[in-house]
Design a protein around this ligand. Structure first.
Ligand SMILES: [Zn+2]
Length: 187
């Protein structure tokens, strides 16, 4: 049986047996905050448990590396929606040690793309169209400075409310230990 069919079969039982009842809540976060973090598999359950957040407590926005790559991209828009439409009053950026985006070199992922059939001409076309593919695929060198940079972009975004504290933290993906990088109350 394939992955999708497994999910659909499990889902039928989940709904039929009303297992959803324990998760019932609203779209407004009880703890009035939004978290930007990484899509890393190790954080899926570890991060909420390590922060004592449950279903309904927070908004969580995830991407590779917990990065705000563009001030008018979907990550920043999600954070603004959380603040202005969904009652989030604080923002937490949580990067983590041993992140896949740490030290990621564009040559590696572009090499994989080529192996999977993306031809050199495509990269040439993008380059001649003014798109900096290498820059776009570049990771970060240091998680602390990456988190601090994301905090800076969010805090100083022209559309972000000035009374919203933006905190920066780094989590250990093995132990769940948090280290504070930026205390948003002190800015
Ligand atoms: Zn990561």
């Amino acid at each position: 049986m394939n992955l999708l069919q497994n999910i659909l079969d499990f889902n039928k039982g989940f709904v039929d047996e009303k297992k959803y009842e324990q998760f019932e809540t609203t779209k407004f976060p009880n703890k009035k905050m939004v978290i930007l973090t990484c899509m890393d598999t190790r954080l899926l359950e570890l991060l909420p448990n390590a922060l004592n957040v449950k279903n309904g407590d927070v908004k969580i926005v995830k991407n590779a590396g917990a990065l705000v790559t563009h001030p008018f991209g979907s990550i920043m828009r999600s954070l603004l929606v959380a603040v202005y439409q969904l009652q989030a009053k604080e923002v937490l950026v949580i990067g983590h040690h041993d992140c896949g985006m740490s030290g990621m070199k564009p040559e590696g992922i572009m090499g994989e793309m080529k192996n999977r059939g993306i031809h050199d001409e495509i990269f040439d076309t993008l380059t001649y169209s003014g798109i900096d593919v290498k820059g776009w695929l570049h990771g970060f060198e240091n998680v602390n400075s990456s988190v601090a940079h994301s905090v800076d972009v969010i805090k100083n975004h022209p559309l972000m409310a000035k009374d919203i504290p933006v905190h920066g933290l780094v989590i250990d993906p093995s132990t769940g230990k948090l280290d504070l990088v930026v205390n948003g109350y002190e800015d």
